[in-house]
Design a protein around this ligand. Structure first.
Ligand SMILES: C[S@@+](CC[C@H](N)C(=O)[O-])C[C@H]1O[C@@H](n2cnc3c(N)ncnc32)[C@H](O)[C@@H]1O
Length: 307
């Protein structure tokens, strides 16, 4: 029970920290930090205190990312390893990184106890320095400020389509592809499931898919006509401008989901509608275009990034 209270206080501390409230502004919070949180932080300079994700929230994080066989999961700041271990129990492989040796010992022992040592590893590495580019699922329970610092590397180093999930903390103006809330109604205490004595224990889960990079100017030809597309990109949101001859198409719908791109646009002069669907492969897009007009046809769509 004492442990549960500590965890809850630590979580409140994390939330307050994230809200940029000055921790030591109130004597009460100073006591919480000095008496309850500080002793749990080891000698290393941790960027985030240790608070574990409740198991029901772990399961939801793995459900929303559809984690299973064929996936490689990396938990940045893995604590006792529960996220990577639960992922392995669903058939995935993975590893966790943490700076705290005590957490790593716990994680390895938990992996042995759960019979998944052959699928997981736990490494003493700094989450800001570790190479996470091999993962196709990234899990995090950090702080908004830490997420924001990690954000450029996540977007740059991870393959398009990689799933990223964060417990309780978002990524600023990078809006999540999904946002869920989970009520932690039950807690596990000494192997027993009991009602959670904390009245309001709602956890946020934020989920993103790493978008391909599509900003720039693209060109292609369809049925002897040249098309030019200039794309402005803000994370997974795209704002394309497409023109052919003298016509600028009216863009009606867009979607960028990992490496998949789709755009529906209409020619205001002849009413033809173009439904583009393709896959971004570096500086090329390969796909199809449905042309809806007097004659409905399907053509290949091969676009090249010019600049
Ligand atoms: C809030 S806990 C999350 C633990 C686990 N991921 C979970 O959800 O149950 C954050 C963890 O990050 C670790 N940590 C803090 N700063 C770190 C850093 N710079 N590099 C690696 N781990 C770090 C802490 O030791 C702690 O175990």
């Amino acid at each position: 029970m004492e442990n549960l209270i500590l965890q809850s206080l630590n979580r409140i501390f994390m939330k307050l920290f994230a809200l940029k409230k000055v921790l030591f502004r109130t004597a009460g919070m100073a006591i919480v930090f000095t008496v309850l949180v500080f002793p749990q932080i080891n000698a290393q300079d941790l960027d985030v205190p240790y608070v574990s994700t409740p198991q029901s929230v772990v399961e939801k994080m793995l459900e929303v990312t559809d984690t299973g066989p064929g996936d490689y999961v990396i938990d940045l700041g893995c604590g006792d390893g529960r996220i990577v271990i639960s992922a392995a129990q669903r058939g995935a492989y993975g590893h966790g990184v943490d700076l705290d040796p005590e957490r790593l010992r716990e994680a390895r022992s938990n992996a042995r106890g759960s019979n998944v040592s052959d699928k997981v590893m736990f490494l003493q590495e700094d989450l800001f320095k570790t190479d996470f580019s091999r993962a196709n699922v990234i899990t995090m329970y950090l702080l908004s400020s830490v997420n924001l610092k990690l954000r450029p590397r996540l977007l740059d180093k991870l393959e398009p389509g990689t799933r990223v999930v964060s417990h309780d903390f978002d990524m600023g103006e990078w809006t999540p592809d999904k946002h869920l809330q989970v009520d932690n109604a039950n807690i596990s205490l000494g192997g027993w499931q009991i009602d959670n004595p904390i009245a309001e224990d709602t956890h946020d889960i934020y989920y993103w898919i790493i978008p391909a990079k599509v900003g720039g100017q693209w060109e292609w030809e369809t049925n002897g006509k040249n098309f030019t597309m200039t794309v402005e990109q803000k994370f997974q949101e795209i704002y394309p401008q497409i023109s052919t001859g003298n016509a600028t198409l009216n863009v009606k719908k867009t979607l960028l989901k990992g490496e998949r791109i789709s755009i529906t646009a209409a020619n205001p002069f002849n009413g033809n509608e173009y439904v583009y669907n393709g896959r971004v492969e570096g500086s090329r897009i390969m796909g199809t275009v449905q042309i809806r007009g007097d004659n409905n046809t399907i053509e290949t769509w091969t676009a090249k990034l010019m600049k």
